[in-house]
Write a protein that binds this ligand. Sequence first.
Ligand SMILES: [Zn+2]
Length: 278
Amino acid sequence: MIFSVDINNRIYKIDSANPLDVSIPLDFNGAQPNAYDVEKATATACESENLIGDTRRGGSCNFEQIKFIPHCNGTHTECVGHLTDERISIYNCLKDAFIFAALVSIEPENAYQTNETYTIELTETDKLITRRAIENALQKLANPESRIPNPKFDGLIIRTLPNDESKKRRAYMENPPPFFSTEAMNYIAEKGVKHLLVDMPSIDRAFDEGKLSNHRIFWNVAPDSRAINEASLIHNTVTEMIYVPDEIRDGAYLLNLQIASFAADASPSRPLLFKIYE
Ligand SMILES: [Zn+2]
């Protein structure tokens, strides 16, 4: 089906039958990405005395028990409940079904070669996604010849470079991922981005003394606080461990962020991008 959509007072089209999937399928029997060296995600046929949830073993149908950690085993979307004592759920926070989003490719910079900073002291091997790099990438999209001039994006999708398929099965403890500088995260917040999607397991440093400072900036939660306040942005979401194949070009898309309706701070997710036509 072809849909007409009104974005910033101009009419564009999308083809609902041709989404571009930027999730990492969670293969319970194969290679998986992994943060913090947690156990692999597993799916096991349910079994009792006279019942087996596996047709190959004589069961009437397949039904499996799935065990996984959304934050560590693959593509997932999380809400502010990731930080708070109050158990705030992703199914309640994510209200936007369609999101006007920018996809940009970013080359992380060596922490010692930029003047941008982070909440804890950086080491020589840290790599930062900087404000400067995001600003440059967004400026390119906003040029007058682009399909959508002067855009205001509710979604920002970051593809880090280099980009290769090993992201679909990467063990992040052995391959520390880049993360955002404080300046970059303040910039994203200033721009009013509501939905941030990244191909790393976290927007913060994996070991950050538990501060999760970028997460707190994004949701407007005070440093070290475990509670939301009146200005917290409870309908914002962060999606981590996506994979955006090279064939999908930087640009503007309509994003449909699909989640499981979990009463939990995070859910596995499948972000779909739709190309926008004139
Ligand atoms: Zn997470």
